[in-house]
Design a protein around this ligand. Structure first.
Ligand code: DX5
Ligand code: ZN
Length: 215
């Protein structure tokens, strides 16, 4: 999934059109409080919804997602992910998102352990493990997150079902195979896709690398 954070914000329509092979578009919402950066919010997501049929995968890096997240589901985003560090009532929020018809995702910063949230997993459709500190594109992949990906994979396998394990931050041709081996099955890539000469070819290349490791 390409992250639009690394696209030209003055020309989102052409960014969307430049990656037709992607499974979804990852949209990073930042509020300059939960993370030290400010990006875009609901009006832009509403416009994106009108501009594309692609799956919208919203990553909320904001305070008080309990208050703001449901509106993104209402706006027609297929997947809405909140940070568990910011959520006051994550179970209630996940249920609300699902009620609105969206997939519910829970994100963890690099230093947040999964174990305290194991009981929450059945309420979710996706766990997002940040492989950089959230806030900016183009950062170096943090290998220290790999054991957590593996531990999360074990918890998800024990549960059965179809909860996606998404990785976000520093994903590239150099790092994606490590993530697959650790147990991830959904991948966000910003700078490696939009920094490539041919963004769509990079999406296909990353997917091929991941699939070849999965099988
Ligand atoms: C960072 C965002 C990411 C970001 C990834 O806080 O959540 O989605 O766009 O960018 P890269 O792939 O460049 O690390
Ligand atoms: Zn993101």
């Amino acid at each position: 999934m390409p992250s639009l954070l690394s696209a030209d914000f003055a020309n989102l329509q052409s960014a969307v059109e430049s990656v037709p092979s992607s499974d979804a578009l990852h949209v990073d919402v930042m509020d300059s409080h939960f993370v030290p950066n400010l990006t875009l919010g609901l009006p832009v997501v509403e416009s994106l919804r009108k501009a594309t049929q692609a799956m919208l995968d919203i990553h909320l890096m904001i305070e008080d997602p309990d208050r703001w997240a449901p509106a993104y589901a209402e706006a027609g985003a297929e997947s809405v992910t909140f940070h568990v560090e910011a959520a006051k009532a994550p179970v209630r929020l996940a249920r609300e998102l699902r009620q609105q018809g969206a997939r519910a995702g829970m994100a963890l910063k690099p230093a947040t352990a999964i174990e305290g949230y194991a009981d929450l997993l059945p309420e979710l459709d996706m766990v997002l493990i940040m492989t950089v500190e959230p806030g900016f594109g183009g950062q170096k992949f943090l290998d220290m997150t790999l054991p957590k990906i593996t531990r999360t994979r074990k918890l998800l396998d024990a549960l059965g079902g179809d909860i996606w394990l998404q990785i976000d931050g520093g994903v590239s041709v150099e790092t994606i195979e490590r993530c697959v081996e650790a147990g991830a099955d959904a991948f966000v890539a910003g700078s490696s896709v939009f920094g490539a000469d041919d963004p769509d070819a990079m999406v296909r290349r990353l997917r091929e690398l991941a699939v070849s490791r999965l099988s």
